[in-house]
Design a protein around this ligand. Structure first.
Ligand code: NAP
Ligand code: ZN
Length: 352
């Protein structure tokens, strides 16, 4: 069994540190990938620090990372879509049962028997799956995506989670030209939401707590930017949105956004704060508004999103870092100090 270099956390309070993990030899339908870049998602931080202990407790050691781009080094004999040397990408899932109605509908993210890229029971090696803060990974072909040749690789990695997680609900809720769309929180997910809403032709409004991000929001494609702490600016948008995407990682008042929706408007939560968010139901009753959630996206839709990015020349705005700076990056993520995604250059693992 080949070994891989990786970074793992030993407990909820330990920094990430260099380690060695086992990867399996590719089975018939597996693709082995040398990882070139891996994005840092706020979910990695929630999971490493066991902030989701009620819903998804963390098993240690934990190797996070589900925004993976790399090059194929080996393929099993039944693999059809990939050959050695091809670019390839992996997101949040590495397996599912393939037989349930969700899998048959191409919605593997809702399969009751799916396997997430890290911190999920590993069917092959026992223990839990280990993610992309590593120099290699072995994944079933169905869960490996094709990377369009024209996209920057460091900026492509975050598309595998931040990209699909924002693209999927925007498409599901029918965001197109003529719709007014809000994006709450200009972080990794939020900035992708802005790029997609703009590319889909919507009038896009960003809500941010950070005055320093105003200029960037316009550059990323927003038509308007609102400082959410400014009650006067907020009041101007009451009852006016068709759709709002909330990508905030922490506690915040969701009711102010519900009240900004027009009749039949929807607000979808993709952010995953650890504590419940109180909802005033009257905001929903009036104007028949709805409040939903959304989880990443299916494999076919993830490929569609990558192809959409290729066509529209969209990648994440990234700050490329060596793996040795990962703990510093986590501290900055907590302070909303990243423009707009960290992408780890895995060549830096060679020094470990
Ligand atoms: P991120 O880069 O840290 O961005 C979060 C943004 O939320 C910040 O940049 C900040 O934007 C805003 N924010 C932070 N604290 C806030 C507060 N107290 N009040 C209001 N706004 C605040 O995180 P991310 O990687 O985009 O992830 C966002 C959330 O989505 C996380 O909870 C993550 O776990 C979750 N997630 C969900 C899925 C899914 O499938 N549903 C997939 C991936 C991630 P401003 O500075 O603009 O205010
Ligand atoms: Zn993620």
């Amino acid at each position: 069994m080949p070994n891989a270099k990786a970074y793992s956390a030993a407990s909820a309070t330990s920094p990430l540190a260099s380690t060695t993990i086992a990867r399996r030899d590719p089975t018939a339908d597996d693709v082995a990938i040398e990882i070139l870049f891996c994005g840092i998602c706020h979910s990695d931080l929630h999971q490493v620090r066991d902030e989701w202990k009620d819903a998804m407790p963390t098993v240690y050691p934990c190797v996070p990372g589900h925004e993976i781009v790399g090059r194929v080094t080996k393929v099993g004999p039944a693999v059809k879509k990939f050959k050695v040397g091809d670019l390839a990408a992996v997101g949040c899932m590495v397996d599912s049962d393939g037989t349930c109605p969700e899998c048959k509908a191409g919605q593997e993210q809702f399969c009751p028997n799916f396997t997430l890229t890290y911190n999920f029971p590993d069917k092959h090696l026992g223990g839990v799956t280990y993610g992309g803060y590593s120099d290699s990974i072995v994944v079933k072909e169905h869960f490996v995506l094709r990377v369009p040749a024209n996209l920057d690789l460091a900026g492509t990695a975050p598309l595998l989670c931040a990209g699909i997680t924002t693209y999927s609900p925007l498409r599901h809720w029918g965001v197109t030209k003529g719709k007014k769309v809000g994006v709450v929180g200009l972080g990794g997910l939020g900035h992708m939401g802005v790029k997609f809403a703009h590319a889909l032709g919507a009038h896009t409004v960003v809500f941010t707590t950070s005055p320093s991000k105003k200029e960037d929001a316009l550059r990323l494609g927003a038509d308007e930017v609102v400082l959410s702490k400014d009650a006067n600016e907020m009041a101007k948008h009451a009852g006016s949105f068709d759709f709002i995407l909330d990508a905030v990682a922490a506690q915040h008042d969701i009711n102010v956004y519900i009240n900004m929706l027009a009749r039949d408007g929807n607000i979808t939560m993709v952010g995953a704060p650890d504590k419940p968010l109180p909802i005033g139901v009257f905001g929903l009753l009036f104007r028949r508004r709805s409040f939903s959630g959304s989880l990443i996206g299916g494999i076919a839709e993830t490929q569609e999103m990558l192809d959409f990015c290729s066509e529209h020349n969209i990648v994440a705005d990234v700050e490329v870092i060596p793996i040795q700076k990962v703990n510093e990056a986590y501290e900055r993520l907590v302070k909303s100090d990243v423009k707009y995604r960290f992408s780890i250059d895995m060549a830096s693992l060679k020094a470990e």
